[in-house]
Design a protein around this ligand. Structure first.
Ligand SMILES: NC(=O)C1=CN([C@@H]2O[C@H](COP(=O)(O)OP(=O)(O)OC[C@H]3O[C@@H](n4cnc5c(N)ncnc54)[C@H](O)[C@@H]3O)[C@@H](O)[C@H]2O)C=CC1
Ligand SMILES: O=C(CO)COP(=O)(O)O
Length: 326
């Protein structure tokens, strides 16, 4: 068993630490919040981000990022917009990085594997993504993910390292595809939440999932992703999960928007991250730059900016008719 590093003690970093530690690995978990470090090391719990779960004593929370640098591999689980600044402090040992966050960097419009390569020169980079509610993974419920690295041998090696009886990685070399799915589905989950919050019905939700998948595919193909990745765990799989459950922070945010509550109220004071709110405007810019039409994403941007739900839905439904397909 190895010593593995995890950067980020939110729900997902803690859940990954837990499933890896339950398989026998020793995990050094870098955590920003001193009270969370104290709780994990003192009482084996993370009441702020993953309440109700007793954690393995093979997890050690640390506040000094240099302590995770010499791990056999480092899982990076920060919010997408903070990944670059956190990685800037990670000493370079050539250790493989497994990116587990979902988003696109604002400003640069870069995918997170591009951000990580720039921030940690010389470290091989992989992406782990898929339908993975943190509380279910931490509870040891069966979960399958995509693990993508351009170097197939590295992807297989990392998959063998992280695989557990309840965590089954499927290997891929399509890093862009794995990233596109995770980033785009968060925005579409907000849209599905809006449908729920505004009481638009289950037909409408299915339409948003299907047409949302079409726009995920259009964008992904334009950026070099492979179709089979987009229709796999990290794309369609995660889209279906996140678009159908209030366990999703993005879906829940959408429910509030659909009920007519302003985005700033819904986002104020929350300690947890709804990545889709950050990704939506960035994705819209990236889509425009790639010449890709993403009407559901545009609608989410308008709703986050305070547009009236009824008007946005009407505008979506009355666009010129078109053929079905991507
Ligand atoms: N929660 C889940 O079920 C899953 C989450 N993810 C992704 O994992 C990433 C992390 O999400 P969660 O662990 O759920 O976070 P969370 O919402 O549970 O916690 C917030 C996290 O943000 C960190 N944070 C806040 N301000 C920061 C700053 N200035 N610099 C660095 N870190 C800061 C906190 O320390 C904490 O780790 C996101 O990209 C999310 O989309 C992916 C799969 C599942
Ligand atoms: O990415 C996730 C599940 O795969 C978690 O979704 P939320 O961030 O919307 O809670």
């Amino acid at each position: 068993m190895s010593v593995l590093g995890v950067l980020g003690g939110g729900a997902w970093g803690t859940a990954l630490a837990q499933v890896l530690a339950s398989g026998g690995h020793y995990v050094r978990l870098w955590v920003r919040e001193p009270e969370v470090i104290q709780a994990i090391n003192g009482t084996h719990e993370n009441p702020l981000f993953l309440p109700g779960r007793t954690l393995s004593d093979r997890i050690e929370a640390v506040g000094d990022i240099t302590w995770v640098a010499e791990a056999a591999a480092v899982l990076v689980v920060t919010p997408a917009q903070h990944m670059r600044s956190v990685l800037a402090d990670l000493p370079r040992h050539g250790q493989p990085l497994i990116l587990c966050s979902k988003g696109i960097e604002a400003g640069s419009l870069k995918f997170l594997h591009e951000v990580a390569r720039e921030a940690v020169d010389g470290s091989p980079v992989a992406v782990l993504s898929g339908p993975t509610f943190a509380h279910e993974v931490a509870a040891g419920l069966p979960t399958a993910v995509t693990l993508a690295a351009e170097d197939a041998a590295l992807a297989h090696r990392l998959a063998a390292t992280i695989a557990q009886p309840t965590l089954r990685p499927y290997v891929s070399t399509d890093v862009v595809g794995a990233e596109v799915g995770g980033a785009v589905k968060n925005v579409l989950a907000i849209a599905c939440g809006v449908v729920e919050g505004a009481g638009l019905g289950q037909n409408a939700r299915a339409a948003v999932i299907a047409r949302g998948f079409a726009e995920m595919t259009r964008f992904g193909l334009a950026r070099g992703a492979r179709a089979e990745t987009l229709s796999g765990l990290s794309g369609l799989g995660d889209l279906v999960l996140t678009c159908s459950s209030t366990s999703s922070r993005n879906f829940s945010l959408g429910v509030g928007l659909g009920q007519g509550r302003p985005a700033e109220d819904l986002l104020a004071d929350r300690r947890t991250v709804a990545e889709g709110a950050h990704t939506a405007p960035v994705l819209a810019q990236a889509a425009a730059a790639a010449g890709v039409d993403m009407p559901v994403t545009e609608a989410v941007c308008q709703l986050l900016a305070g547009a009236d739900v009824g008007r946005v839905v009407e505008a979506l439904l009355t666009r010129p008719l078109r053929e079905e397909g991507f």
